[in-house]
Ligand binder design. Sequence first.
Ligand SMILES: Cc1cc2nc3c(=O)[nH]c(=O)nc-3n(C[C@H](O)[C@H](O)[C@H](O)COP(=O)(O)OP(=O)(O)OC[C@H]3O[C@@H](n4cnc5c(N)ncnc54)[C@H](O)[C@@H]3O)c2cc1C
Length: 342
Amino acid sequence: MTIEENKELKDLTTFRIGGPARFFVRVTSGQELTDALDFAREKNLPLFILGGGSNILVSDEGFSGLVIKIEIGGIEIKDVPEDSTIQEVIVGAGVVWDELVGYVVEKNLYGLENLSYIPGTVGAAPVQNIGAYGTEARETIAWVETVNGATGEIKVFTNAECQFAYRDSFFKKTEGKNYVVTRVAFHLKKQGIVNTSYKDLAEYIKSNNLTDVDLGMVRDMVVAIRKHKLPDVKEVGTAGSFFKNPIISRELSAHLHQEFPLLPEYEVDAERVKVSAAWMLDNLCGMKGHVDGAVAIHERQALVIVNKNNATAQEIKNLAQKMINCVKEKTSITLEQEVLYI
Ligand SMILES: Cc1cc2nc3c(=O)[nH]c(=O)nc-3n(C[C@H](O)[C@H](O)[C@H](O)COP(=O)(O)OP(=O)(O)OC[C@H]3O[C@@H](n4cnc5c(N)ncnc54)[C@H](O)[C@@H]3O)c2cc1C
């Protein structure tokens, strides 16, 4: 384990923006993680846990503590004695998320296929409760193994203890931020029914006259749709959707629909609905394709900010604030960021 000093973080993030980390280390095992945490404790350094860097914006000044990049590998598949219809897949937090999805689809295990091609690592999936195309990680996560960054203690969280919600979990709350995810276990079905009810998937099936859609086909469809809609992180600096879709009261939604009848909304519960942030940014603020110096909004997705030409973190933040201001002015809704500022 080598601790590097003044390490550039830019190229370890998909935005490719930001200053250096005072200290930086890659860890590939629980022991290395313990050693890295001891180093931070001895020097009294603030910690940042890095996965694939696909949901963060590093500030231009960088990070004045220790960045620990999680590279713990391994995928293990086990039978579940009390339920012969599922298999437990235990995965190291540093495994690339889409490599896991490809692997389990090949093994004919159901549950992760709609989450194909999401950038990042397995360890970040429960933190953010990643979701796409009608599925969320919480539906298949059985347990999450962690190390408490402050005490070094190992703790395994059950699904319920993770307190999953829309792009949220216990690990994002103040009391959960100390926990470093080391392994995640998924319960995947040996036989299942593919979920193609999400609008984009249903339209793709119809327009391509597909029949007998199986697990592999769902993965291929999701990858194809995502490649068409979203920028390729190998070529374009971005962190994907910058904002969450706001969850608002049914009362506010009814009020907004008087003025904006086409505003898409999705059921949440008896009192609340989720409305489309992309629709508001596109249709109310005309922001799709908007260019602002070195930063821009993607021409096919109004939620996605892109680093066009060596942008600074401050330029991204300024554009994000413009987007927040516009939606606030038109709808009274304050957009909440999905991307984390470091
Ligand atoms: C083009 C593009 C498309 C995207 N599409 C989607 C999408 O469809 N759905 C979706 O939900 N997200 C999407 N995202 C966002 C992103 O891919 C996810 O949030 C992903 O889970 C981030 O993983 P990461 O390893 O890159 O995390 P990072 O960006 O490195 O970190 C994100 C957060 O997780 C924490 N973290 C990371 N690893 C650990 C760990 N082992 N233990 C504790 N905390 C940890 C970090 O400290 C940080 O708070 C997209 C991003 C891009 C760039």
